[in-house]
Design a protein around this ligand. Sequence first.
Ligand SMILES: CC(C)(COP(=O)(O)OP(=O)(O)OC[C@H]1O[C@@H](n2cnc3c(N)ncnc32)[C@H](O)[C@@H]1OP(=O)(O)O)[C@@H](O)C(=O)NCCC(=O)NCCS
Length: 181
Amino acid sequence: MRSVATERLLLRPFAESDLDDLHDLHRRPDVTRYLLWEARTREETRMALTAKLGQTELAAEGDNLAIAAELRSTGRLIGDFTLEWLSAELGRAEIGFVLNPDHAGRGYATEAGREVLRLAFETHGLHRVIGQCNGANLASQRLMERLGMRREAYFVQGEMLKGERADLAVYAMLATEWARG
Ligand SMILES: CC(C)(COP(=O)(O)OP(=O)(O)OC[C@H]1O[C@@H](n2cnc3c(N)ncnc32)[C@H](O)[C@@H]1OP(=O)(O)O)[C@@H](O)C(=O)NCCC(=O)NCCS
């Protein structure tokens, strides 16, 4: 991916030098509470970073683009975004977002998420982008609503998360909706 500067962020591929900041994100139980994985040790974060270093293109179905969100004023990594190409036939992808809680509540995830959607629809010509989260993850649902995604489904106790039954909220946006703004 080509790096993209927004008002306050630089969205770019991950770099080896992101390890400390990425670990400051991935080590936190408050961050991973609603994610499919548990808080990571430094070695586990290093393995996750190694995978991200190779996730730089959406070239084929199944590819997962790893997008680092750097705060331009400090040069530090504060967010870990993904765009996964689910289906070439349907032009369907899934957005994912993780923001360091020290930087929450300032609109950074909204600013980055908007660029990830722009990348999906304008650069890659995708048709439909979905986002899914735990029903109790209200910050994530508010974010998808701020991004203009529609809530399409709410599956009551439709999932298991970390050994507990969990609700699943599904959001989506179509290319036509993105174009309407
Ligand atoms: C989901 C997540 C990224 C949302 O982060 P966030 O900080 O709430 O989102 P933003 O950075 O866009 O900030 C929005 C908040 O800042 C406020 N805000 C302040 N300035 C703002 C601005 N310039 N633009 C937009 N919002 C702004 C908004 O009102 C909003 O507050 P509210 O949610 O209390 O209404 C974050 O909670 C997270 O990383 N969670 C852990 C990982 C996770 O669960 N990811 C989702 C998996 S599905």
